[in-house]
Design a protein. Structure first.
Length: 259
DNA sequence: ATGTCGTTGCTCCAACGA
């Protein structure tokens, strides 16, 4: 079974590439983020024609997550229990579902904007709510994983130049501690292999020729419990999908499971 | 040189988020 996570940065803008990629990659289950579309505008029909069912949690311009599956979708739960919300509103950033033998979450962790910003506080609170919500399944015997855009680079090796991130979000001890807490809850970082260069970056800013210069970050992560991690046969970043016109600023992370 | 992209709205450019 092939499972993947991809921040598509607008499913409307990405639809042609998304459909082509689903077919060419043979992905069975895709956790996607930043749908940036209202739920009733989600392109269910062209996905169905490719054989995928979709579970969607989205409200419009910002955020929005989904799980696409051609191996079934059951027990869909929209939202994160205990989600702190931001500025008085809970945002669509999490969805969980069971697809065949695996239970997954598709998550879009708040960016944080700047260290100390209210959005950064929100980010840390959101992480704690996520940890509490997944702790049970993390200890379970069913393969389980939280896939998505974590907006945190786990180590200094997960950014192109640690010195370029001094004082920035995505690399602070508090953000990394949130990842540590998830691992201590029973989830392991399934690190993909890069198809080129040494570091498996998953995101390159659109600006300043970041992709051609490979100034990237690994912030799209797959955190799986022990049964999930033991079933992993291969994992890689499909950086080809970051190339060319009409690309998302994130590349898909693909995991092959023997389940 | 913020070498970009995508969205929305009192649109055809500006503001915002990433």
């Amino acid at each position: 079974m092939r499972i993947a996570t991809w921040n598509v940065n607008s499913i409307t803008a990405r639809l042609p590439r998304l459909l082509a990629w689903l077919e060419s990659s043979g992905t069975d289950v895709l956790c996607l983020q930043e749908a940036k579309v209202a739920e009733d505008q989600f392109p269910i029909e062209p996905l169905r024609e490719l054989g995928y069912e979709a579970a969607v949690h989205a409200t419009g311009r910002w955020n929005g997550v989904a799980v696409l599956s051609r191996v079934g979708i059951e027990d869909v739960v929209k939202g994160l229990p205990g989600d702190p919300g931001y500025d008085g509103a809970v945002e669509p950033r999490a969805l969980s579902a069971t697809c065949g033998p695996v239970r997954v979450w598709s998550v879009y962790v708040p960016n944080g904007r700047e260290v100390g910003h209210p959005h950064y506080v929100y980010k840390l609170e959101w992480f704690e709510a996520l940890r509490a919500a997944v702790a049970g399944d993390a200890q379970g015997s069913r393969p389980f994983a939280v896939l998505g855009d974590y907006n945190v680079a786990p180590t200094d090796d997960d950014v192109f130049d640690a010195s370029a991130f001094e004082g920035s979000t995505h690399v602070t001890p508090a953000e990394r501690a949130a990842l540590t807490a998830l691992r201590e809850a029973g989830l392991a970082d399934v690190v993909p292999r890069p198809l080129k260069y040494d570091q498996p970056f998953t995101y390159w800013d659109y600006r300043q020729l970041a992709f051609p210069k490979n100034r990237g970050m690994r912030i799209d992560l797959v955190y799986g419990n022990a049964p999930f991690a033991q079933a992993v046969k291969d994992a890689y970043v499909d950086r080809e999908e970051r190339k060319g016109k009409g690309a998302s600023d994130h590349a898909p992370v693909v995991v092959d499971l023997d389940v």
